[in-house]
Design a protein around this ligand. Sequence first.
Ligand code: UD1
Length: 370
Amino acid sequence: MKILAVCGTRPDTVKMAPVVLEIKRHPNDAQLILAVTGQHREMLEQVLRAFHLTPDYDLNIMTARQTLAQITTRALEGLDEVIQKTSPDLVLAQGDTTTTFVASLAAFYNKIPFGHIEAGLRTDNKYDPFPEEINRRLAGVITDLHFAPTDVARDNLLREGVRAEDIFVTGNTVIDALLNIAAQPHEFDDAKIRAAAQSGRMILLTAHRRENWGEPMKHICEAVRRIIAENPDVTVVFPVHKNPIVRDVVFPELGSTDRVLLIEPPDYVPFVHLMKSAHIVLTDSGGVQEEAPSLGKPVLVLRKTTERPEGVYAGSAKLVGTDIQTIVGETQRLLQNQSTYDMMAQIKNPYGDGRAAERIWEIIRSRFSD
Ligand code: UD1
């Protein structure tokens, strides 16, 4: 059988990589074709490098300050052509990016079955996260094989009327990727980062979401300044997303604050090791919410809603939004109160056991050998 795997941004590529590598281990059963839209450029390439992947097709669609409509139309035309050229038996995509939704649509237009990895995540709020909630719901309507990471995700799909026999709880492939990379030794090149990482009091911060552009991002920056002022032993490491809309706020706000290290988005390998060395993680990212608890790090989520409530239910993550006082207060609690910290840090990660890709491959194989 022929499987076309599609990805295009940093997170969907990290989470697709274990599945691509697993399918490639069975060349007698399946041919794997990897197509990337190039919705991200630099941030995509570094992930491909980390997993030693070379795409068979690269649509290279990214432009500076691209709009959602531009990503959608350019990726749709490109993927339609790739599907016609390669005639796959199955198209696979991961998650909730615009690349994911477009991959499902292109598969549908060509009447090719579609498999959705990380299916069933929901906030049930149309605009939060924007446009991801609708991207994943639209992909879900088209999907034939739903690979749900957790029972919560499966229940969301059942509630929407998806047939139980089309849903498979596999765990999240992000844990497969993480365990693979975290096991590799790493030393940071930059002396300041090395020192922060070894201090035991480093806070790792990431923020890029559309809902947080503008004022909320300024609030996050102000909260960081206050945390730094109140804790002379704390350093904040902030990899700043490549998007100029994010950079235009973050650099002026935090560029000259002592003990705040604004760095380029690191490659995936050093990023995983930054998470491993962090004391606390502040983030609005989806994937980081899943990864940090696996590494025993408390996560404060800089959003109002999350489609990943498992970490919040389990107690390893807390939703804090972007209110300055709340961010500062919750961070201070973790910095000052060891038992609160230990309670969050010691919780078992609810997102997977590192074998999700293996399960996904087995399900595909048995479905297509019928
Ligand atoms: C995208 C996904 C989001 C995911 C995020 C992870 C969509 C609509 N959004 O958001 O779900 O959480 O990726 O990062 O699918 N840029 C570069 N180089 C890069 C990457 C981005 O210069 O390697 C800049 C470009 O100016 C680009 C901008 O970032 O126009 C925004 O990229 P885009 O993919 O539209 O949105 P993200 O915010 O990255």
